[in-house]
Design a protein around this ligand. Structure first.
Ligand SMILES: NC(=O)c1ccc[n+]([C@@H]2O[C@H](COP(=O)([O-])OP(=O)(O)OC[C@H]3O[C@@H](n4cnc5c(N)ncnc54)[C@H](OP(=O)(O)O)[C@@H]3O)[C@@H](O)[C@H]2O)c1
Length: 279
């Protein structure tokens, strides 16, 4: 029987490439995207095994609507791949007053996963959380004043949200130990994801990363491994083997702060209070 997967941010980039890979393996894919036109374009591009459903991770009401729709139309979800994410140059607040990178990259993934647990449990499903090499650049753990402009810098905030994504994956695995749901974390190294779109991209501006980034197949391989490995754990992160950038997938340790139980507890309590949602 074919499996059903939800992929957030599946209209382009790594999300779209993972959707294509899983459809080739007979998965039914729900493309959870915030933009109707881009979502529909990806649906047409991928064919009849793909269904677009609107989801804006920066809005709790959109996540609730999405989950209600999933629960009424799909009784068993086998996989949630928390892929959507972004880096903003400027400080921006969401309608709910959260800084946007925290809201989308971390809070949105947390809320969506927790709201889908019952459904995932029915199919002994898996949650795969994307994270990034940039988590290793996060040097301190400080969750006070996250939604104020003071001391905001786009790159250090992006690094921090990836630290939080890794901490979330490991803590979620601990909390779900007695359930049938498995959890894993993966990062794609540094991948040229911009070409992966449901339309032709003629010109892509070169950036600093262009010179050492890998092709998208190298980038998605660790994520596919995190989806398919039968002995999966979130205690390590799936990543390209050489320097976390090149080669075939392997597993490696997260940033050492991820293994600090007290910090993970502090983060969980803070998030559960902010979002008014817990297991
Ligand atoms: N590429 C890399 O080298 C790399 C390395 C490490 C980690 N990652 C992580 O991997 C993930 C995918 O990266 P990528 O390179 O494929 O990025 P991408 O091409 O920019 O794709 C990001 C996806 O997230 C979606 N998204 C953004 N905000 C959203 C929201 N509020 N609600 C729902 N969807 C939203 C985007 O939708 P729109 O098209 O509507 O903007 C897009 O579909 C990201 O989380 C990124 O942090 C990437």
């Amino acid at each position: 029987m074919s499996k059903t997967a939800i992929i957030t941010g599946a209209n382009k980039g790594i999300g779209l490439a993972i959707a294509k890979n899983l459809i080739e393996k007979d998965y039914q894919i729900i493309l959870a995207c915030r933009d109707k036109i881009k979502g529909k374009m990806a649906e047409d591009f991928l064919g009849s095994n793909a269904t677009f459903l609107e989801l804006d991770l920066s809005k709790s009401s959109s996540i609730t609507q999405f989950v209600n729709r999933i629960n009424s139309d799909f009784s068993e979800i086998d996989l949630l791949y928390n892929n959507a994410g972004l880096i903003y140059r400027d400080f921006e607040l969401t309608e709910e007053g959260y800084e946007s990178m925290i809201a989308v990259n971390y809070f949105g993934a947390f809320r969506l996963a927790l709201m889908l647990l019952e459904n995932l449990h029915r199919s002994s499903g898996r949650i795969v959380q994307v994270t990034s090499l940039s988590m290793y650049l996060a040097r301190t753990f400080n969750i006070s004043g996250l939604h104020s402009k003071e001391s905001f810098s786009p790159s250090s905030r992006y690094n921090f949200t990836n630290l939080l994504r890794s901490m979330f994956a490991l803590e979620l695995e601990h909390k779900l130990k007695k359930t049938s749901i498995s959890v894993s974390a993966a990062h794609p190294g540094v991948t040229k994801s911009r070409k992966s779109r449901p339309y032709e991209v003629k010109k892509i501006k070169k950036s600093f990363y262009t010179y050492f980034s890998t092709d998208i197949q190298t980038g998605i391989a660790p994520i596919v491994e995190a989806i398919e490995d039968t002995n999966v754990t979130a205690n390590q992160v799936y990543a390209p083997k050489i320097f976390g950038v090149y080669g075939t997938p392997s597993t490696m340790r997260h940033n050492k702060m991820v293994y600090n139980d007290a910090l993970r507890n502090q983060l969980w309590t803070y998030t559960a209070n902010e979002l008014n949602l817990d297991i």
